[in-house]
Write a protein that binds this ligand. Structure first.
Ligand code: COA
Length: 208
């Protein structure tokens, strides 16, 4: 997708109260930060207009159409997560699955320009990773424009590593960079959290 550049802004807290979502989506706040009324949840057909608005404002080309969004929202092999705050949709992450595959694909991902650099993207990405684990995916793949510095930085920080490039991938001929990240099984993550909890409390890191 032909992404527009984000702007720098102050980063408030982003405690997400997610319903029926992996626990990671509900503990995205920073230690000591005030609580915000934001949450990450699965998108519904009522989010369609807001999703299209974000799509329009975040990408210059290769946009997802209304029809495609509608199909994806109804699909059993797609998950669309949205971040809402005070009734406004701040961003979304769309993950695709295939029945006979353990590889999840982050198909699209965007945060409205006015909410960037506040951790919304990172929160959505973590929720998407957790959801993929829940669906027993063992790897997540994604691709993005070679000139998209924000995406590259965010994905690298989240543990993705480059696995290749595809020339002339986007409408305007831009190369796509492909990245991948291994997903620890959900059970292993919970066990590790439990094992580390006393250490975290001792060091005052429990909410990180
Ligand atoms: C990429 C995108 C989703 C990031 O969303 P975001 O909410 O601003 O991201 P976060 O605030 O969670 O940023 C997390 C980290 O990513 C990196 N990052 C985010 N935006 C960046 C930018 N413009 N330049 C450099 N690094 C950036 C930073 O490391 C940042 O941490 P920091 O703020 O502590 O430095 C957003 O810029 C966007 O929607 N862009 C247009 C669509 C797009 O490119 N989608 C992804 C590819 S399809």
């Amino acid at each position: 997708m032909a992404a527009t550049e984000g702007t720098r802004a102050q980063r408030p807290s982003r405690i997400a109260a997610a319903q029926n979502l992996p626990r990671v989506a509900s503990c995205l706040g920073r230690p000591g930060a005030p609580r915000a009324s934001s949450m990450i949840a699965r998108a519904t057909s009522e989010d369609l207009s807001a999703l299209l608005d974000i799509e329009q404002r975040c990408f210059n080309g290769d946009r997802i159409s209304r029809r495609r969004f509608r199909t994806l929202l109804a699909s059993a092999t797609a998950e669309t997560l949205v971040d809402r705050s005070d009734g406004r949709l701040r961003g979304y992450a769309l993950v695709l699955f295939r029945r006979a595959s353990t590889v999840a694909r982050l198909y699209s991902f965007a945060v409205a320009p006015e909410y960037r650099r506040r951790g919304v993207g990172e929160g959505l990405l973590r929720a998407a990773l957790a959801l993929a684990r829940r669906r027993r995916a063992t790897r997540m793949r994604l691709e993005f424009r070679r000139d998209n510095r924000a995406a590259r930085q965010l994905y690298q920080r989240a543990g993705f590593a480059g696995v290749g490039e595809t020339a002339d991938y986007y409408e305007d001929g831009m190369t796509a960079l492909r990245m991948e990240r291994r997903l620890e099984p959900a059970a292993a993550v919970s066990a590790l959290r439990r094992a580390l909890a006393p250490v975290a409390v001792q060091k005052g890191l429990a909410s990180s």
